[in-house]
Structure formats: structure tokens, C-alpha cells
Design a protein around this ligand. Structure first.
Ligand code: MG
Length: 494
């Protein structure tokens, strides 16, 4: 992942010379890490993009979409489809105005048909736009949170696409919020560097974990300094009651326990199920139902109060967030760094939340989502809302070792990144090992699987030959369907 040794192009003429993509998958399904009521066997994956330039300064822009396995084929293809919009563009121009890349990508009329501004194409746009911000921050020599926090409010407003949200949030109001956020920001940057930003942990709560593992990890979370943990729920009510009881017993009355249904329920079921867990005092119920059901979330919120409603990790764009806020459908807004159209759209969403006075508690975990989203919350604290009250960033202790600048936690807080960029870059050796299907891990794994399949075929052929009845007495085709029985793994982790 080093820069080319070719002679440097004068900075003003430097161009983006390559947009490289990688399909990177980690075999997390084998440990049930990340298992929840909707996703029993995720292989945490990144559709990863690297922007290379001929500036000769060694800087590259890295970004990615997070997926959970086979969807990565589609996600990488979507990023590849955006290449013509970025290749050959002036590095100085795109870094001075990442919003111009955002506009070019969402404005491609033939690709826009696949959305607009939602789903696979929009996530691909987010990956590319975030890679531009990573490059811009590296060239400025600042971590992204600091670049944003020190930027002029007028420039930040120029980075936001107000189309479809201006009925609720005007550029003038955004400017007012950002100017107010600037007051005292230097002192808050100092406090951030000193204390970090509060986090909460989901590590104890995966649905596939035993009660013993849940209890052990919940104890560990409290001794690590976390003041909130989260449990996955929604597969079986009696299991959830037992697990919530175990978790509450482990952490005591003063630690917040959030619960997360990962969209499992209909609206009425969400209300009944959450109320059935009320005795354990859940702090919020997360993703109770479809992320597209704005009015459904509002109904759930009315039905489960004082338990709060949180959502956002699958909310597709700023327009749906606008409506969730208008409908008073959520108490806690969960941005995701890699779901929407990148930093520019997340600026719009942070501004919408600030305008409504709703706290933002980002979704993270996955592959690299903690690394990315910490920058957005830190900017929000330093130079927008000015507070961390009732705000926590999700933390999951998986896969950080694959990043060049992994998140650092201390006393349940994210320490402020000091290294320039968006913390998006993975280690070259991790990319080489886990690129699918030709990276060293997957090549060996697929070869072993193929060998096992051949051995199984040889064995069953041998058994058939040994048992082969005289012609006319039973046939191969009568026995074969039995081999399919019991192979449906779905729900095993739940
Ligand atoms: Mg969640």
C-alpha cells in the first residue's frame, strides 16, 4: 500500500490515478461474533476502496462499505461503477471540496435510478466520499474530527446537500448552529484529548453467546469503565427474559442496558415484547422494526415509554432521518459512518439532530465502523452540540487489529485519534490475507473445503458401490434427496 516511486507531479496538477477495490471478508460466523436475531451467521466484510494519486506525497484515500459476507460481491461492483467519476480528477480540487464528489456521484442519472440515494449504490458512494475525506485529512495533516472541528462554519455548510431537507433545516439555520458550536470549541478539543469520548459496549450481548459468556463479559465491561452495555434480543422472549435478568444481575442497577432487536418485529409485537422486558429497565430499544417504518417507530415510541427508541444504522439517507425526527419517532439517533453517502450526508444528519435537540449515539462495530464514526461524534462534541450528555458511541472489540490506526479505549472512552486521516486504512497484510477469494486465508480455506467435498463424494460413491443392489432394485435418485436434510443453518445462532 505504498505510494508509487514515480517522480512527483506538482501539487497543483496532481490527479487521482487509481481507484482500487478489494473484497475483504473475515470468517466471523465461525465464532458467532456479531450474531443477532436477524443475522445469525455474519462474515464481517468490507468492500474497500483505495484512491491513489501522482502527488508523490505518499498519501492515499481509504474508504469502505461494511457488509456481512456474500453481499460484498455486489457492493464491490457498485464501487467499481463509480470509478469514472473520480479517476483523473484534481486532487487539490476534490480535497478542497469533497462535496463536489458527493454531488457528482449522487447525480449520475443512470446509477441514480437504482436508488435514489439508498441501498447498495448509496453505500458505495459513501465509501468513495469517505475515501476522499481520508485523503483530504491526511493532506491537511489532521485527524478528520479536527479538520471538521477547525473548519469555517460557512465551508461546512457548503459541504451539506440541503435538497429534500430544507423544509426542516435551512442553510441559514445550519450556519447558526455551527457558529454557536464554535464558541468554546478550543477548550472542548482540549478536554476531548484529555478524556476521550464516552463509549458503550455490545460485546457481552451477541445472541449466540451462552449465559455464562454474557455474564463474564458484562462483568468485564463494568470493570473496563463502561457505563452502558447492549444485549441483542428478539428471537425468543423467554430467552430474552433470562438473558436480561442475568445481565442486570451482573452489572447492577446503575449501568444502562440497551436492547437491540435488529428489525425483528412488527409494530405491535415490538411494543409487547419491549414491555415484557421492562422490569429489567432497558435504556433503549434499538431497531424495533423496519428502518423504513417512520410512523411505526412513532407508535412503538408511544407504546414503550419511558423506554427510549433508538434507530439509524439501516436508515438509508438524511431524508428518512428528517421524517423520523419530524414524526417524533426516536429518542436516540444512530448515525452510521458507512451506510449513507459519506461524511457530507452525515454532516446533514448531525445538523438535523442538533436542530431537534436529539442525542446522537452512533452505530459501530462491524469492520472499522468504530474507527470511522468516532471522528463524527468528536466533531459533534467539539464544534456542533458541545456536549456528550446522554451520548455514547457503540464499541465492539472485534477486528481492530486489522487497522493501521485502531481505536484506543481507556476507561470506557474512545481516545481522540491523533493520526491524520479518517482511521480507515487497513493493514496491507490483513488485506492480503482476507481478500476474497484469492487472499491467503480464503485460498487455503476454499482449497480445504474442496478437498473435504471431494473426500465426502469419494466416500459416498464407495458406499454406494458397496451397497449397489442388483439392477432394478432401487436407484441412486431415490436416495439422494436425503443428503439435503438438516442443512438449513438459519436460526442456529438464535
Ligand atoms: Mg444495532
Amino acid at each position: 500500500m505504498t505510494a508509487s516511486a514515480a517522480p512527483a507531479t506538482p501539487a497543483s496538477r496532481a490527479r487521482i490515478t487509481a481507484v482500487e477495490t478489494y473484497d475483504i471478508r473475515f470468517p466471523t460466523s465461525r465464532e458467532l461474533d456479531g450474531s443477532d436475531a436477524m443475522n445469525p451467521d455474519p462474515d464481517y466484510s468490507a468492500a474497500y476502496v483505495v484512491l491513489r494519486t501522482d502527488a508523490g506525497d505518499g498519501h492515499e484515500g481509504h474508504g469502505f462499505s461494511f457488509t456481512i459476507g456474500r453481499g460484498n460481491d455486489v457492493q464491490v461492483a457498485a464501487i467499481d461503477a463509480l470509478r469514472p467519476h473520480v479517476l483523473g480528477r484534481s486532487v487539490a480540487e476534490v480535497c478542497a471540496d469533497p462535496g463536489s464528489v458527493n454531488r457528482a456521484l449522487i447525480g449520475d442519472s443512470q446509477l441514480r435510478w437504482l436508488g435514489p440515494e439508498k441501498g447498495v449504490m448509496h453505500m458505495a458512494i459513501g465509501a468513495v466520499v469517505n475515501a476522499v475525506w481520508d485523503l483530504a485529512a491526511k493532506r491537511e495533516g489532521k485527524p478528520l474530527w479536527q479538520l471538521l472541528a477547525e473548519a469555517e462554519p460557512e465551508w461546512l455548510v457548503s459541504q451539506v446537500d440541503f435538497r429534500y431537507i430544507a423544509d426542516v433545516l435551512t442553510p441559514e439555520r445550519a450556519l447558526e448552529l455551527l457558529r454557536r458550536g464554535k464558541e468554546g470549541s478550543a477548550e472542548r478539543a482540549r478536554l476531548l484529548r484529555e478524556r476521550g469520548y464516552p463509549g458503550y459496549t455490545t460485546s457481552p450481548g451477541w445472541l449466540g453467546y451462552s449465559d455464562e459468556k454474557l455474564t463474564r463479559l458484562a462483568h468485564a465491561a463494568v470493570s473496563d469503565g463502561f457505563t452502558q452495555i447492549k444485549l441483542k434480543v428478539g428471537a425468543d422472549l423467554q430467552d430474552d427474559i433470562r438473558r436480561c435478568r442475568a445481565a442486570r444481575a451482573a452489572v447492577g442497577p446503575d449501568i444502562r442496558i440497551a436492547i437491540d432487536a435488529n428489525q425483528r418485529w412488527n409494530v405491535g409485537e415490538a411494543v409487547e415484547w419491549t414491555n415484557a422486558l421492562a422490569e429489567f429497565e432497558p435504556y433503549w430499544i434499538e431497531e424495533p422494526t423496519s428502518p423504513d417504518d417512520i410512523l411505526g417507530h412513532a407508535s412503538v415510541r408511544r407504546g414503550v415509554a419511558p423506554v427510549k427508541v433508538a434507530t439509524g444504522e439501516h436508515v438509508q439517507n438524511r431524508i428518512v432521518f428528517k421524517q423520523l425526527l419530524q414524526a417524533e419517532a426516536l429518542d436516540v439517533l444512530q448515525i452510521d459512518a458507512a451506510r449513507v453517502g459519506g461524511v457530507n450526508e452525515n454532516l446533514a444528519i448531525l445538523l438535523l439532530a442538533a436542530h431537534h435537540g436529539v442525542p446522537v449515539c452512533p452505530h459501530a462495530g462491524g469492520v472499522g465502523l468504530c474507527e470511522l464514526v468516532q471522528h463524527l461524534s468528536m466533531f459533534d462534541y467539539v464544534a456542533l452540540t458541545g456536549t456528550t450528555e446522554d451520548r455514547v458511541i457503540e464499541y465492539v472489540d472485534h477486528l481492530h487489529e486489522h487497522f493501521l490506526a485502531p481505536v484506543e479505549m481507556k476507561g470506557g472512552h474512545y481516545l481522540a485519534p491523533a493520526r491524520p486521516g479518517f482511521s480507515a486504512a487497513m493493514r496491507p497484510e490483513s488485506i492480503a490475507e482476507f481478500t476474497y477469494p484469492h487472499g491467503s486465508f480464503w485460498a487455503a480455506d476454499l482449497a480445504a473445503q474442496a478437498q473435504a467435498d471431494r473426500a465426502a463424494q469419494d466416500q459416498s460413491a464407495g458406499e454406494r458401490a458397496g451397497r449397489e443392489p442388483a439392477p432394478g432394485h432401487g436407484t441412486l435418485s431415490e436416495r439422494e434427496p436425503a443428503a439435503d436434510k438438516g442443512t438449513d443453518q438459519e436460526g442456529d445462532a438464535a
